[in-house]
Design a protein around this ligand. Structure first.
Ligand code: GLP
Length: 239
């Protein structure tokens, strides 16, 4: 795993944006995997800036997001579709038809998970995947468990994740109990991966990942199997 330690959140966002921009410049029709959460907000602001400056174009880019709550309506401001439109897609020259987020309103979530996995396969996999990390070591919504799923699937959120994400909702009771998420295999279809982490509450999860062991109770440790992963983090995560 390559590790880039940054002095500030801004520097972390810039370094990640430079890597995304380099990917899109070298292959304008790239498939970029995207994450939600507060960690990549600065990265998305940088990409919007680059696009507004005319430095970067998303006209031929396709995006696939990692996950979405279930059930949730895209008009709900806590849905990941709403987050992506608000922070990124509404400000880029991207064709919205080429932005993919699992459908939190699907009547049959299992069928939706299959459709989403097939979509990733049909796109030929992901060129560059952006990941955050849950404080319990989850990636996407692959929660700590004895078994981890390979394909996109419906998952129950752990009490820890419901608690961590309740800060965005009126109360913990309003956090959906389930989600649709890419599996470990879907994520591993990415040719390269950037995992971003900032803040002392990510220390435990990141240090588990850097131990160079693999443990399904910290799903991010699986990234040690992938040949092309870059951790971009702020120094507080490693202190
Ligand atoms: C959520 C998302 C993850 C994200 C994680 C960390 O649960 N499903 O994809 O990486 O939380 O979020 P944050 O960056 O806000 O700490």
């Amino acid at each position: 795993m390559n590790i880039i330690v940054c002095k500030s959140y801004d520097e972390m966002s810039q370094r990640a944006a430079q890597m995304v921009a380099a990917q899109i410049k070298s292959k304008p029709s790239s498939v970029i995997g995207l994450a939600t959460g507060s960690t990549p907000e600065g990265l998305y602001a940088q990409l919007v800036e680059m696009c507004k400056n005319g430095e970067l174009s998303f006209k031929d880019v396709t995006t696939v997001n990692l996950d979405e709550y279930y059930p949730i309506n895209p008009t709900n401001d806590q849905s990941y579709r709403y987050f992506m439109n608000y922070h990124l897609f509404d400000h880029l020259d991207i064709d919205k038809a080429n932005t993919n987020v699992p459908d939190g309103t699907a009547a049959d979530p299992v069928a939706e998970a299959h459709r989403y996995e097939q979509k990733i396969t049909d796109l030929g996999g992901i060129d560059l995947q952006i990941l955050g990390i849950g404080r319990n070591g989850h990636i996407g919504f692959n929660e700590p468990d004895q078994k981890l799923m390979l394909d996109t699937h419906v998952t129950d959120l752990t009490p820890d994740t419901i608690d961590a994400n309740s800060r965005f909702f009126a109360s913990a009771n309003d956090v959906p109990r389930q989600a649709l998420t890419m599996g470990m295999g879907s994520i591993f279809k990415a040719k390269s991966i950037i995992i971003m982490a900032t803040g002392a509450n990510k220390k435990k999860a990141v240090s588990a990942m850097l131990e160079r062991t693999v443990d399904t109770s910290f799903p991010a440790t699986m990234l040690n199997f992938h040949p092309n992963v870059t951790l971009i983090c702020t120094a507080d995560v490693l202190e």
